[in-house]
Design a binder for this molecule. Structure first.
Ligand SMILES: Nc1nc2c(ncn2[C@@H]2O[C@H](COP(=O)(O)OP(=O)(O)OP(=O)(O)O)[C@@H](O)[C@H]2O)c(=O)[nH]1
Length: 451
């Protein structure tokens, strides 16, 4: 049973068909057997019982005629109307009766010998014995009658004896006939019962076959529907994830053991979803890396000029809704000397050290941009001019006192300004650069704040 549940759909459907077919064959086989039994029973009735009844009825009729002729002869005996040659007519009837009795004996004995009689053969044997006995009694009666008739005038006593024998023969043949009729009746009833039984069993078998086939077919359909529903859910989940752009839930590939075609399809689908999920994860990582590459400076890992343009526009838009911000323009002092004295690589390291120092000191929403060369801009998204100036001064101090074993000391000049409502990026930058220029002009390593 367990194997069958795990079997392929083809095998499941094949099994349902095989069981239905087997049941059908059983019903057909049983029907053929029953029809044959009923047929042989009816054959027995039509080929033995009915001819036998006909023969014995003829014997009965002849026997009665013989009896009546005897009575008639007795009454007319000695009168002018007496029959001239009664022996011949008695003898003819006797021969006819003997012939009929031989036919009846032949009919029963040949069918008994050929095993054609299935229903109560012992009863037929009994009837055969009775017919044989009757034949002998009839033979004796006929001989007795013939000898008496040949002798002519008979005594009253002899006539009475003959009368008794004839009556006995009449009642014997009637009894045989009744027995045959009884047998025929019983055989017919038996066949009728047989037919009824056959109908009941055949109907029960048919119902069983129908129920079993329906149950199996229902089960197979249920299995197919459950699998298709599971596959449909996976596809639906995938569709929703793709539509909403959320990560694809990775299915559990181990939970399904493919036992049939739908199981294999489900497993293939899960594998495909897993692969798609991997691909989406990789693509997301690549996208994130691309965003980093597009927005960050490779050397210092602070934001680049491209990100600056995007961010300043955003802040200008926000400040138009009454939110202000400030910025610090920063340039390393005499950086050319650093490069010239220590080499370009050390120059790069100074740029990296400065970027780290600035980022470390900043709060989350504030951002550092490398505008090019040794120029940096710090965007203070929520601070006013005074606070920005203080931050710039803190930076200047930290840079001046920054110490590293492998790097030379360096300083930076800064220009600080605040965004004026409604002004453009250009005018803001011009003011910041002017302030920075002023710091350079005034001897460097200083902060100039311009409102
Ligand atoms: N190592 C290194 N040097 C750079 C890079 N970008 C620009 N520079 C150098 O920065 C120096 C800038 O020099 P200047 O514009 O003359 O300015 P300064 O020497 O800093 O003098 P002031 O700004 O007037 O104090 C140049 O020598 C450039 O080669 C870089 O990515 N790495």
């Amino acid at each position: 049973m367990f194997d069958w549940i795990n079997a392929s759909l083809n095998r499941k459907i094949g099994s349902v068909l095989a069981v239905s077919l087997s049941f059908l064959l059983i019903v057909i086989g049983y029907s053929i057997y029953q029809v044959r039994v009923i047929n042989s029973e009816l054959k027995e009735v039509s080929e033995i019982d009915l001819p036998l009844t006909e023969v014995i009825t003829q014997v009965e009729m002849l026997q009665l005629k013989q009896h009546l002729s005897m009575e008639r002869f007795r009454l007319l005996m000695g009168t002018n109307n007496a029959e001239q040659n009664p022996i011949k007519s008695f003898s003819d009837r006797h021969q006819a009766i003997t012939h009929l009795l031989n036919r009846a004996t032949q009919l029963i004995s040949s069918n008994l010998n050929n095993n054609n009689i299935q229903f109560k053969p012992a009863e037929y044997q009994l009837i055969l014995d009775e017919i044989n006995d009757f034949t002998k009694s009839n033979q004796n009666f006929e001989l007795q009658l013939e000898s008496l008739l040949k002798r002519g005038l008979l005594s009253e006593k002899a006539w009475e004896e003959l009368e008794v024998s004839a009556s006995n023969l009449d009642s014997n043949i009637v009894t045989i006939l009744k027995q045959i009729n009884q047998l025929t009746l019983e055989a017919t009833r038996y066949t009728e019962n047989h037919q009824r039984q056959f109908m009941v069993i055949e109907t029960a078998l048919g119902i069983c076959a129908f129920l079993l086939s329906s149950l199996l077919a229902f089960y197979v359909l249920h299995v197919i529907r459950t699998r298709i529903h599971s596959i449909h859910q996976q596809v639906e989940l995938l569709h929703t994830s793709l539509e909403q752009g959320v990560p694809i839930t990775r299915p559990d590939n181990n939970s399904v053991q493919p036992s049939d075609e739908l199981g294999e399809l489900e497993l293939d689908l899960k594998k495909m979803i897993s692969r798609l999920s991997d691909e989406m994860d990789t693509r997301k990582e690549v996208e994130e890396q691309l965003i980093v590459l597009a927005t960050k400076d490779k050397l210092t890992n602070v934001y680049n000029r491209h990100k600056w343009s995007e961010q300043i526009q955003l802040l200008i838009d926000l400040s138009n809704q009454n939110k202000t911000f400030s910025l610090i323009s920063l340039d390393i002092d005499h950086f050319k000397n650093v490069n010239d004295s220590y080499g370009h690589q050390i120059g790069d390291k100074v740029l990296q050290a400065l970027a780290n120092l600035l980022q470390k000191d900043l709060n989350k929403p504030d951002m550092v941009f490398r505008m090019g060369g040794e120029e940096f801009t710090i965007l203070l998204t929520q601070q006013g001019l005074e606070e920005a100036s203080n931050i710039a001064e803190r930076f200047r101090h930290d840079i001046e006192h920054y110490q590293s074993e492998n790097l030379p000391q360096f300083t930076a000049s800064m220009g600080v300004t605040q965004y004026h409502l409604g002004e453009t990026e250009d005018s803001l930058m011009t003011r910041a650069d002017a302030a920075l220029y002023q710091s350079k002009e005034n001897g460097r390593n200083r902060v100039t704040t311009v409102a």
